[in-house]
Design a protein around this ligand. Structure first.
Ligand code: ATP
Ligand code: PRP
Length: 221
C-alpha cells in the first residue's frame, strides 16, 4: 500500500546511480549524508524534504517497488520496464542517461548461412526472458530461454545455448568472449517512472516532481 504521508523515490544502485544523482539533486532533492557513505548499510534515506525518502535498490527491483506502490517514483531503464510490462507504471520522462542497447548475440564463428528466419526453436541465455520470448515469437520462432543474471557471454561457448540476449554498450564484452552482435532488439535509456495510483491520489505533488525532473534533464542537456 502507498504510504500517504511520505513520498518514496526508488533509485537504482550501480552504474545508473552515478548518472542519476546529478538529476536528482538538480530536481531539488538532496539525500542525507549516509547516502554517500560507502560503508553505510542503510537502504532508506531521508532527504532535505521532510516528507520525501529515497530507497536504493537493485536496478531490476526499482520497477517492482514502484508498481506495487512501495515507492511512488523511480528511475529504471526501459529494458526493465519492457521485461516486466507492469500496467501500474507510467513512464513520463526519458532521462537520457544509462544509454545502451538490448541485442541478440551469437558466437562469431557461426556460419553466416545460419539464417534466423529458418529457426523454429532456439535456446537463448538471457536476463530478459519475457522480452526474448516476445521478440522471437513475432517471427514465429519459439525461444527457449535459459535465465541467467550475469556473464551471459559465457553461455554459447560453453554449449549452454546458441545465442544470448543481453545489454551492449561498447561491445567490448561480446568481443572479448568471442561473440558478435547480430540484431538490436531495443535502444535503452533510463526513465523516470511513477505509480499510476499515486498520480491519481496525489496529482499536484506527483506532477510537480515530474516537472522538476523534466527541468533538471533540460538543464543537463
Ligand atoms: N553496459 C550496460 N550493462 C548493463 N546495464 C546497463 C549498461 N548500460 C546501461 N545500463 C543500464 O543499467 C541497468 C543495470 O545497471 P547495473 O548494471 O548497475 O545493474 P545490474 O547489473 O542489473 O545490477 P545487479 O547486479 O543488481 O543485477 C540496466 O537495466 C540498463 O538500463
Ligand atoms: O558492451 P559493454 O560495454 O561491454 O557492456 C555490456 C556488458 O555490461 C553489462 O555487464 P556488467 O559489467 O554490468 O555486469 P553484469 O553482467 O553484472 O550486469 C552487460 O551485462 C554486458 O555484459
Amino acid at each position: 500500500m502507498l504510504q500517504q504521508d511520505k513520498l518514496v523515490i526508488a533509485l537504482p544502485k550501480g552504474r545508473i546511480l552515478d548518472e542519476a544523482m546529478p538529476l536528482v539533486r538538480a530536481a531539488g532533492i538532496e539525500p542525507e549524508a549516509a547516502f554517500d557513505d560507502p560503508h553505510s548499510r542503510l537502504l532508506r534515506f531521508t532527504t532535505n524534504h521532510p516528507h520525501i525518502d529515497i530507497i536504493r535498490v537493485r536496478s531490476f527491483d526499482v520497477a517492482t517497488f514502484v508498481a506495487f506502490g512501495a515507492a511512488h517514483l523511480g528511475i529504471a531503464g526501459n529494458d526493465v520496464l519492457m521485461e516486466f510490462s507492469y500496467p501500474e507504471i507510467y513512464a513520463p520522462l526519458d532521462l537520457g542517461i544509462g544509454g545502451c542497447r538490448l541485442s541478440v548475440a551469437e558466437p562469431d564463428d557461426i556460419a553466416a548461412t545460419d539464417d534466423p528466419g529458418r529457426w523454429s526453436h532456439v535456446r537463448i541465455a538471457t536476463k530478459y526472458p519475457e522480452i526474448t520470448r516476445r521478440h522471437f515469437a513475432r517471427r514465429g520462432v519459439q525461444a527457449e530461454c535459459v535465465k541467467l543474471n550475469g556473464a551471459m557471454e559465457l553461455a554459447p561457448t560453453l554449449g549452454l545455448c546458441s545465442r544470448i540476449v543481453d545489454l551492449v554498450s561498447s561491445g567490448a564484452t561480446l568481443k572479448a568472449n568471442g561473440l558478435k552482435e547480430v540484431e538490436v532488439i531495443a535502444q535503452v535509456t533510463s526513465r523516470l517512472i511513477v505509480n499510476r495510483a499515486a498520480l491519481k491520489t496525489r496529482p499536484d505533488e506527483m506532477s510537480g516532481w515530474i516537472e522538476a525532473f523534466r527541468r533538471a534533464r533540460g538543464a543537463q542537456a
